[in-house]
Design a protein around this ligand. Structure first.
Ligand SMILES: NC(=O)c1ccc[n+]([C@@H]2O[C@H](COP(=O)([O-])OP(=O)(O)OC[C@H]3O[C@@H](n4cnc5c(N)ncnc54)[C@H](O)[C@@H]3O)[C@@H](O)[C@H]2O)c1
Length: 344
């Protein structure tokens, strides 16, 4: 295997030099976070090659709509989409060849689903990531940024969670798959010298959010007058993070990773909200009180998540700016057709 060249000044982030087009591969381009990242890159005038296999984890129509919106905002940059499975190395290899970098966001999300079907989770997340890294190495791609998850922190009573904590107590196949991706990414950097970042996202929401996640299901229930099921105690909490803040963090990591070699960064909000808080905010934003039913916490779920952002603030200038009520109001407006998919 040939080693890619050391990253030089020509790989530095920033405006393209005249006559030199930049092209980034985004995996999971039809997914929630992927579609927003594609829009932001295109808005910066960077060509994007999107890959997605329309995994049936949720309705493919939702993904096709998101892709249509990405294509519609390409402007002067080129958006090229390919339906392909990450495990198809030939297809992935052909698409990453010649790209300056890969932002790898494809994967099978969902803690509960991973407990029901761990093999599907490991196939997409572990084998899929292995294929992306191997093909990126073969083609000499000069930087890689990939999605990890707050799930790697396991079940902790006290927060916030910082990147130096021990993360060897995965509570679900999903968490184990993301921890495996981090180790594989580290190995990729060690063997190739390619700057490689792993981003631990904390529950992401906003316009276009995955339909299986709590804020989406709660807003749909408020709209349709249905009751929502609260899994576990109302004191359980999540560090909900708005999509535009996440996209800013992804792009900052993509720009900065050359300086670090290999790095893990938390991208969260540092202001966890309990389930009870969430129900209250949904009521305020929609003007409709949510009817709730209690349900047992699913196997594999954790009680709390809470991101320590000191490293991301210091090294990436990452600073989330959207609070939960503002972000949920944006998502509610989007669901009701009163705005497009954010400014991402
Ligand atoms: N949304 C969150 O709160 C959150 C939190 C932590 C981590 N993450 C991670 O961030 C990434 C993006 O999450 P998301 O919420 O946008 O999920 P998403 O499901 O909306 O997007 C993932 C996309 O990957 C595609 N995909 C899955 N398997 C594939 C395969 N084998 N080949 C090609 N494409 C494939 C899916 O079709 C989907 O469109 C995932 O890796 C996820 O695990 C998300």
């Amino acid at each position: 295997m040939s080693h890619p060249p050391e990253p030089g000044p020509e790989s530095a982030p920033g405006p393209a030099r005249p006559g030199l087009r930049r092209r980034v591969v985004v995996t999971g381009a039809a997914g929630f976070i992927g579609a927003h990242v594609c829009r932001r890159l295109l808005g910066m005038g960077i060509d994007v090659t999107g890959i997605d296999n329309f995994d049936p984890y949720y309705d493919a129509q939702v993904k096709r709509r998101a892709l249509g919106e990405v294509a519609g905002c390409a402007g002067s940059a080129a958006f090229d989409f390919h339906e392909a499975d990450l495990c198809d190395r030939g297809a992935v290899g052909a698409l990453v060849a010649g790209a300056e970098g890969v932002i790898h966001l494809a994967g099978r999300p969902g803690v509960r689903a991973s407990v029901e079907d761990p093999v599907a989770c490991y196939r997409a997340n572990v084998l899929g990531t292995a294929a992306v890294l191997a093909e990126a190495a073969r083609s000499g791609v000069r930087r890689v940024v990939a999605a990890s998850s707050s799930s790697v922190y396991g079940d902790r009573a006290a927060g916030p969670f910082h990147e130096e904590m021990d993360v060897n107590e995965a509570r679900s196949p999903y968490a184990a798959s993301k921890r495996a991706c981090e180790l594989m990414a580290h190995t990729h950097h060690h063997l190739t010298g390619v700057p490689t970042a792993m981003l631990r996202f904390f529950t992401v929401y906003g316009p276009g959010q995955r339909p299986d996640l709590a804020i989406s299901t709660f807003l749909s229930a408020a709209r349709d007058g249905r009751a929502v099921r609260l899994f576990g105690a109302p004191t359980r909490s999540r560090d909900y993070t708005y999509i535009d803040d996440i996209v800013a963090g992804v792009l900052a990591a993509y720009g900065a990773i050359d300086r670090f070699g290999f790095r893990v960064w938390n991208l969260g909000n540092n202001r966890p909200a309990s389930l009870a808080d969430l129900v209250g905010v949904i009521g305020q934003v929609t003007g409709r009180a949510l009817r709730t039913e209690r349900a047992e916490a699913p196997q594999g779920d954790v009680e709390h998540t809470w991101a320590d952002l000191s490293r991301a603030r210091r090294e990436l200038g990452y600073q989330p700016t959207t609070d939960l009520a503002q972000g949920i109001a944006q998502q509610w407006a989007w669901m009701n057709g009163r705005s497009g998919v954010g400014g991402a």
